[in-house]
Design a protein around this ligand. Sequence first.
Ligand code: ITT
Length: 198
Amino acid sequence: NQLLIATRNKGKAKEFEALFAKKGWSIKTLLDFPEIPDVDETGTTFEENALLKAETIAQTLNMVVLADDSGLKVDALGGQPGVYSARFAGEAKSDAANNAKLLHELTDVPDAERTAQFHCTLALAMPDKESLVVSGEVDGVILTIPRGDNGFGYDPLFYVPRLEKTMAELSGEEKNQNSHRSQALMQLEKVWDGWVNQ
Ligand code: ITT
């Protein structure tokens, strides 16, 4: 049971390690394969990019690969940064710069209009098999001041009204019970066995 997660994002890798440890699985990520080149995310949708990452790496390594394409959709920005969330403030993929840009873009947007969703699409691929794709989403509100030290990316600005906390104020375990990533993984689990054994 060897599964490779096609990510080099340390925040994602940590969450997947915890999510799969619960099932008694140990996973690897692209952080364990520094020689493999990055897959160019040329798609315009989460689904296209997740499939691109999963299928390219599955071919390269000839194994079962899971890829995550995720991001933040802000209603007042017409759904941006969306698939461009990692590079919102530039190619350096800096969380601090991305958060600063988000706050800047939302200056003067009143609280009631700062609604957003965290989105996660997962693609599962292996050579010579049709890939599986599932998604999950969580509703939130973009704060004006960051709160909390956990998580990664936009977590300190993403307030979840239902939990009365930002994603960065949740423990790793709490985030993994409530995140867009865990919602998508729950969907994937429903179809996983049938797919592997088909
Ligand atoms: P890989 O392609 O190597 O997986 P990446 O960071 O480039 O890493 P994406 O293209 O899927 O991955 O971009 C996802 C971005 O969306 C990520 O860099 C964050 O800025 C944001 N994001 C996704 N999930 C998040 C989460 O759980 N908490 C905070 N920000 C998140």
